[in-house]
Structure formats: structure tokens, C-alpha cells
Ligand binder design. Structure first.
Ligand SMILES: N=C(N)NCCCC(=O)O
Ligand SMILES: [Zn+2]
Ligand SMILES: [Zn+2]
Length: 325
């Protein structure tokens, strides 16, 4: 039985305990072992052995937790108190092998299976984009092939790097090959920057992806983009994968493969809010590499991104509960 049938245990009260005191959990929420089970488990994935350029995303989860100390319990943009609507808890980190990518991929999948098996939705923090593959595998075991919204400067549908199948540039090609994505509802958002060749785009299109470039977001605006994405997704189970490099380097310098001309954090947050009615089953925020960050710009943006995503999940959990009742 979920601990969440009672009143959810919320964050530490920052008017009584200064928000900079004590060890960091996401949004100062309780640890998962303090509440038993959760409706939304926030979990760190300290893994970056799949990167093609700057390493450091293994430290992303903890940097996001630190930056998330300043999140407050009421989200006016979605008119909701996410941590009162559902039990959100910090499940700590998945202990992955940094020296063996295949084993790490298996470990992430197994840990996700266990958490999803308790009935929780997953909100993962940190790691490089390699980890989206095992997370999607696990989510698809539970829900069947899922719709995917992929926010990223990059396509991440390349085939191999140095002969390696599991890297941060290849998770979504593997996922399509494995049949774990609903190819009627796949979109990249924020795409930009130089490619290896035009073939990258034709391959990607054949896999079923639609592309909303960073320039499209700028030209059409967040509301129109969110409306279009919502129509494409419908009521399918949805996974949202957010590579923080979807943001411009001015908004997210702390990342491994930065590309000029990206979205603002305001655009990203507004698009997410426009997706609040979608059936969001799990999400990740990846590629936060704090060593290249300044003044926590990137981890603050990532913490707010995870906050909007957890708010969407909590609202849906609460709505489903009230229809059941
Ligand atoms: N940041 C992610 N996930 N992918 C970037 C791969 C770009 C490349 O090295 O070609
Ligand atoms: Zn990227
Ligand atoms: Zn990526």
C-alpha cells in the first residue's frame, strides 16, 4: 500500500530551517526511505561514460539537488502545490559502473524497473543522455511503446561512435530499433547546430521523428509549439527527455556539448506548462555538467525544469485519484 494514501510528506519548512542548511534532497523533500513509497520518485543517475566531448554530467544530479533548495511549494504557473497533491520523494542515486557502459545501462534499467514496480513515476536527474535508453526500456515494459518528447540541441539518433552502440548520441535510434517508442508521436524540440551530413536528418525522419527547431520555437512562440505537440501526443503515455543543452549556452553553460542559438529557459518552461494535460509517465533531465557552470545558472534552470515536470505528474496523480474515489 502506498504511503501516499495518507497526507504526503512535503519539503522541509524553509521558514523554520534555513534552506541552505543540511544535506540536499530534491526541493528539500523527504528521502524515499523516510516515506516508504512515493508517487513520484526523484532519482539521480551519476553516469557520464557515454559522452563524446566534455565529461562531468555524473555530477549533475547533485548539482540540481543543491540548486533546488530554492524551489518553493506552490507553483503559480500551474496553480498547484505539487508536493501536497502527491508524495514526491528523493530516492538517492542509482549506483552505476563508470567503467562498463553495458553494465551501467543494465543497472539503470533494473533500478527503474524496481521503482516503477512500486507504482511510482520517475523523475531522474543528471547523467548523460545514454541513460534515456534504459529508462525508456523500463517505462515501455510497463506502458508499452511510449510517445517521446525530446528536448535537445542534438538529434541523438546517430548510429554508433567508435563502434559503440550505447552512447549519449545514440539512445533514440536504439529505442526505435527496439520498438519501445510509439513512432506516431516522436518529436525533437530545440534542435540546432551543425550535423555530420544531411543524411542525419533523413535517417531521423525515417525513424518517425518530427523536429521543432530552436528557431521554430523563437518564431512561433512557446504556446503554439506546445499546442502542436499536445495534439500529436494526444492521450498516449508520454516520456519527456530533457537534455539541458536544448537551452542556449547563455542559459545553460554547464553542459558537455553546447551549441549556440538555443532556447531560453523561459521558452522551455512555458512549453512544458503547455503540456500539463499530457499523460506524463516519467521524465529525465540530463547532461548537466556543473564543472562548466557559472553561478549555478544551468543547475537552477534544470531544477526548475524538474519542478515543472514533477508538478505535471503530481497533478495527474491527484486527478486520477479523485476520479477513482
Ligand atoms: N549531448 C548529447 N546528448 N549528444 C551530443 C552528441 C553530439 C556529438 O558528439 O556528435
Ligand atoms: Zn544534446
Ligand atoms: Zn542529448
Amino acid at each position: 500500500m502506498s504511503s501516499t494514501s495518507g497526507t504526503p510528506r512535503g519539503p522541509i519548512d524553509s521558514s523554520r530551517v534555513p534552506r541552505y542548511a543540511g544535506p540536499a534532497t530534491f526541493a528539500r523533500l523527504p528521502r524515499l526511505d523516510e516515506v516508504g513509497t512515493a508517487d513520484v520518485a526523484v532519482v539521480g543517475v551519476p553516469f557520464d561514460s557515454g559522452v563524446s566531448y566534455r565529461p562531468g554530467a555524473r555530477f549533475g544530479g547533485n548539482a540540481i539537488r543543491e540548486a533546488s533548495r530554492l524551489l518553493r511549494p506552490y507553483n503559480p504557473a500551474q496553480d498547484a502545490s505539487p508536493f501536497a497533491l502527491a508524495q514526491v520523494a528523493d530516492g538517492g542515486d542509482i549506483a552505476v559502473n563508470p567503467f562498463n557502459i553495458n553494465e551501467a545501462v543494465e543497472t539503470v534499467e533494473a533500478a527503474a524497473d524496481e521503482l516503477l514496480g512500486t507504482g511510482a513515476r520517475l523523475m531522474t536527474l543528471g547523467g548523460d543522455h545514454t541513460i534515456a535508453l534504459p529508462l525508456l526500456r523500463s517505462v515501455a515494459k510497463k506502458h508499452g511503446p511510449v510517445a517521446l518528447l525530446h528536448f535537445d540541441a542534438h538529434l541523438d539518433t546517430w548510429d554508433t561512435y567508435f563502434g559503440a552502440e550505447y552512447t549519449h548520441g545514440t539512445p533514440f535510434r536504439r529505442a526505435v530499433e527496439e520498438g519501445i517508442l510509439d513512432t506516431e508521436a516522436l518529436s525533437h524540440v530545440g534542435t540546432r547546430g551543425p550535423l555530420y551530413g544531411k543524411q542525419d536528418l533523413t535517417d531521423d525522419e525515417k525513424m518517425g521523428f518530427g523536429i521543432v527547431t530552436s528557431a521554430d520555437v523563437y518564431r512561433r512562440g512557446a504556446d503554439e509549439v506546445a499546442d502542436q505537440l499536445r495534439q500529436r501526443i494526444g492521450d498516449r503515455p508520454l516520456y519527456i527527455s530533457i537534455d539541458i543543452d536544448c537551452l542556449d549556452p547563455a542559459h545553460a553553460p554547464g553542459t558537455g556539448t553546447p551549441e549556440a542559438g538555443g532556447m531560453t529557459s523561459r521558452e522551455l518552461l512555458e512549453i512544458l506548462r503547455g503540456l500539463a494535460s499530457c499523460n506524463l509517465v516519467s521524465a529525465d533531465v540530463v547532461e548537466v555538467a556543473p564543472a562548466y557552470d557559472h553561478a549555478e545558472i544551468t543547475s537552477v534552470a534544470a531544477s526548475h525544469t524538474a519542478y515543472e515536470l514533477t508538478t505535471i505528474m503530481s497533478r495527474q496523480i491527484a486527478a486520477a485519484r479523485s476520479t477513482d474515489a
